[in-house]
Design a protein around this ligand. Structure first.
Ligand code: C2E
Ligand code: MG
Ligand code: MG
Ligand code: MG
Length: 287
């Protein structure tokens, strides 16, 4: 009987695997047309200065709505875009779009734009030139662009490749572009990457945010506080992601955390909605 059950389980597993593979192929086929069909857009989520309540920057976040009208979440299509290499063209498009939109926001309000970059893009030999070229053509000042990278993008790379990527980031940084380490605290050997990667901004992953106001999680709070203080002493700015309540924002403010991002302030919004938000600076009084 146990043997039969085991067999069933394997069969079930196989089916799931096949379904996933089909799904993957379907997404890849759709994505291949997405740019040409104008199905990709960018949303922007404000990064808020916790002491003034003003918008400090906006993070560009990809959205994909295929012809059937049902949006596919980034957590589903970005990994496929990375596997297929489509992320190189899609990422370039996102960078161009973000810099074009950010130009007027920077000009009128002095805010920066942050763009997520995947490991696959960073490993492209042309990455550095692409970024500088897009910046020049968009006429966005270089220091108004932040690239968000993760420590996990270095996982599958050889030491030589890690060195090359580090050099590219350092080079871009020398040109004025800022570098942020995204999803900090979720990867491996976080602290060692902090020493080797040329970064300006640390984005603490949102899994640290919910426990901030939970009295059973005093340790979690101590951990976040330690990261914020370590970052400050390394002259890095800290952004805490996924702030959903006033209580969480209050705790972070008391810790001396300079910047936060989350549904409390705004979900990712369209460029037009950001235009409107920048007119009203809604969190001035909240701070
Ligand atoms: P990320 O870079 O860590 O972006 C933050 C994610 O958290 C976004 O999910 C955002 O909508 C979500 N978020 C923001 N505030 C809150 C909150 O208060 N509560 C909760 N529960 N979630 C919040 P989204 O837009 O679904 O993007 C998911 C991931 O997809 C991003 O994580 C990023 O890694 C990737 N991604 C998005 N756009 C791009 C892109 O243009 N290029 C690349 N390479 N990756 C991208
Ligand atoms: Mg990000
Ligand atoms: Mg990310
Ligand atoms: Mg993140």
């Amino acid at each position: 009987a146990a043997k039969a059950a085991g067999k069933n389980r394997i069969t079930l597993f196989d089916h799931t695997l096949r379904a996933e593979r089909l799904h993957h192929a379907e997404i890849a086929a759709g994505l291949r047309q997405a740019l040409a069909r104008d199905e990709l857009t960018l949303n922007y989520q404000p990064v808020v200065d916790l002491t003034t309540g003003a918008i400090h920057a906006v993070e560009a976040l990809l959205r994909w709505t295929p012809t059937d009208g049902r949006p596919v979440p980034p957590d589903v299509f970005i990994p496929v875009a990375e596997d297929t290499g489509l992320i190189v063209d899609i990422g370039r498009w996102a960078l161009e779009r973000a810099c074009a939109d950010a130009k007027r926001w920077h000009h009128r309000h002095g805010i920066a734009v942050t763009v997520n970059v995947s490991g696959r893009q960073l490993r492209e030999r042309t990455f550095r030139d692409t970024v500088l070229e897009v910046l020049t053509r968009s006429q966005l000042p270089r220091n108004a662009l932040t690239l968000e990278v993760t420590e996990s993008m270095l996982l599958a790379t050889t030491p030589d490749e890690t060195q090359r990527i580090t050099d590219v980031l350092a080079d871009l940084r020398a040109h004025g572009v800022r570098i942020a380490l995204d999803d900090f605290g979720t990867g491996y050997s976080s602290l060692s990457y902090l020493r080797t990667l040329p970064v300006d901004i640390l984005k603490i992953d949102r899994s640290f945010t919910a426990p901030l106001t939970n009295t059973d999680h005093r340790q979690a709070r101590a951990f976040t506080k330690a990261i914020v203080e370590l970052a400050a002493s390394l002259e890095l700015r800290t952004v805490v992601e996924g702030v959903e309540s006033r209580e969480q924002a209050g705790v972070l403010q008391q810790m001396g955390c300079p910047l936060a991002q989350g549904y409390l302030f705004s979900p990712p919004a369209t460029a037009t909605q950001i235009d409107d938000l920048l007119q009203v600076t809604p969190w001035q009084q909240a701070a």
